[in-house]
Design a protein around this ligand. Structure first.
Ligand code: FAD
Length: 487
């Protein structure tokens, strides 16, 4: 069989390995870290388990699809449950709002809390669904970089409907024009952060994102987020994929603009094709640094998505008013995003996302305790004084949570770990520590993401959050599928 070499065992690398093994390739994965998963890993500290990266699981069908592809029943290997409450929202004015998964219940809740008519919510959701139906097939599920895509009837139909995807206004403008209540504007603006973008500049096309969560639902994997990585690695291994850990790839070896193999820890590994799951910026700047004339300069210079600052706290008290996903909004969303995108620092009153997996997986924390994943959005790493920014942010976060929850949170912290843009960059080779590759702050972003196949180097392919169709688990899984279809 032909030999496929994959650089990196992020979720897209693992999924690509499964696709190719099913297709009959001999697949080997080389991973720099001691274990698989990239951003999707876990760690334990003093009796608390933490999922290190992603915490919101949407579109589980893309994971199931991989088991089905291999002829297996997904539920035998990977189980998850649909959330009835997607997220609990806390506003600084004392408002709390529960985002129910059930559309009628959610519309009633919004009406009760903000006075927005229930029909307004339904109408907004219909608009979001409409954008999805126009964009999904063309922009997400296939390569944007081959002629076939543009010659299909599906694409033509979508192109005719393009004015409906609302690409000429910003997300914020569309939300502000639609809702009377500022709290709902902020609620829907927040979805820009699902791919690390800025609602005040990103096109209103991104108002498609709520559809994924509100229509398809949010889920929790029974074994925590890490079980996505774990179960897919098991599946890949059962298909004959070989994983090499502690094996950083140094170079993609070329001959006459064709891939010959990889250099790993000083040894040459021959292969028929190479798929890089390493961030595309580093793939060029590290693995192909001998060939600067082959760099797609415009694509590599695109603005990066935002990064994150996370405090993983073991907390020695249960908080029944909190759910699995919780948001504590800041008061001035515009100022918050200006700080992230213009000042490149952290606003003093940031919106806090708090994830507590022990609400569903009780053994993630000792009895009567909770594992808090406390995250704020921060700029990508361009050499800021992070130690200073982190110390100030920690103080501000603790003050805000203490005020809203009425308990001295610092007193309750049993153990602490911190992840910041520098460590995200160094642990997973993500350029500038960005979470989702390039940002979607412009209408053209979809076209300026790197393709899943190199146009200049034969047999070189790309998967993962830094290339088409984009970041986040569902899109990473789609990138793997597109690579497989391109072969
Ligand atoms: P990555 O996870 O980036 O992994 C790449 C792998 O390649 C790494 O293991 C790295 O070690 C390896 N590698 C790099 N260079 C080399 C080399 N030279 N040799 C060998 N190996 C190499 N997404 C969601 O869907 N929902 C969320 O709630 C969510 N929240 C997030 C929160 C945080 C804090 C973070 C960091 C991300 C979040 N994301 C979320 C985004 C999601 O985690 C990513 O989009 C996705 O996991 C990226 O997967 P990937 O396949 O691109 O590879």
């Amino acid at each position: 069989p032909k030999k496929a070499l994959i650089v990196g065992s992020g979720i897209a690398g693992i999924a690509t390995a499964i696709h190719l093994a099913v297709k009959g390739y001999a697949v080997e994965v080389f991973e720099a870290n001691a274990g698989p998963g990239g951003k999707l890993t876990q760690f334990e500290q003093e009796g608390y388990r933490f999922d290190a990266g992603p915490s919101l699981f949407t579109m589980p069908q893309y994971v199931d699809e991989l088991f089905k592809l291999a002829g297996k029943t997904p539920a035998d290997f990977f189980r998850y449950q649909k959330l009835d409450v997607v997220c609990q929202y806390f506003y600084e004015d004392g408002t709390t709002l529960t985002a129910y998964a059930d559309a009628d219940k959610f519309a009633a809740e919004v009406n009760r809390v903000t006075g927005e008519p229930m029909e307004a919510i339904k109408k907004y959701q219909a608009k979001s669904r409409d954008i999805y139906s126009i964009t999904n097939h063309v922009f997400l599920e296939q390569s944007l970089h081959r002629l076939k895509t543009y010659l299909s009837w599906d694409t033509l139909r979508s192109v005719l409907k393009l004015p409906r995807i609302d690409a000429l206004r910003t997300m914020h403008k569309a939300n502000e024009d639609f809702f009377k209540d500022d709290r709902m504007v902020q609620f829907y603006d927040r979805y820009a952060t699902y791919n690390g973008s800025n609602p005040y500049t990103a096109p209103a096309t991104l108002n498609v994102i709520p559809h994924l969560e509100q229509h398809y639902g949010a889920y929790f994997p029974e074994g925590g987020m890490y079980s996505i990585t774990n179960s897919l690695v098991k599946l890949a291994t059962s298909l004959g994929v070989i994983f090499h850990y502690n094996s950083p790839v140094d170079e993609v070896v070329l001959k006459d603009l064709r891939v010959e193999g990889l250099n790993v820890k000083g040894g040459f590994i021959p292969g028929d094709l190479v798929i890089s799951n390493m961030d595309v910026w580093f793939t060029y700047h590290k693995l192909l640094k001998a060939h600067p004339s082959l760099f797609p300069k415009k694509i590599l210079s695109q603005e990066r998505s935002s990064s994150a600052l996370i405090f993983y706290w073991g907390i020695k008290k249960p908080f029944p008013e909190l759910d699995l996903h919780n948001i504590f909004f800041g008061t001035d969303y515009k100022a918050e995003f200006d700080h992230i995108w213009k000042e490149k620092d952290i606003y003093h009153d940031p919106t806090i996302y708090l994830n507590i997996s022990s609400k569903y997986k009780t053994d993630d924390a000792p009895e009567d305790c909770e594992n808090w994943f406390t995250m704020i959005n921060v700029p990508a790493n361009t050499g800021q004084n992070w130690d200073e920014l982190i110390a100030t942010a920690r103080e501000n976060i603790l003050k805000k949570l203490t005020r809203i929850l009425g308990d001295d949170i610092e007193e309750l912290i049993v153990c602490e770990s911190i992840l910041d843009p520098r460590s995200i960059e160094s642990r997973t080779s993500s350029y500038q520590g960005s979470l989702y590759g390039t940002s979607s702050n412009s209408q053209f972003a979809a076209f300026l993401r790197h393709a899943n196949r190199s146009s200049k180097i034969k047999n070189l392919y790309f998967c993962g959050g830094s290339v088409h169709p984009g970041g986040g688990i569902p899109l990473c899984l789609l990138s793997a599928k597109i690579v497989s279809e391109l072969l």
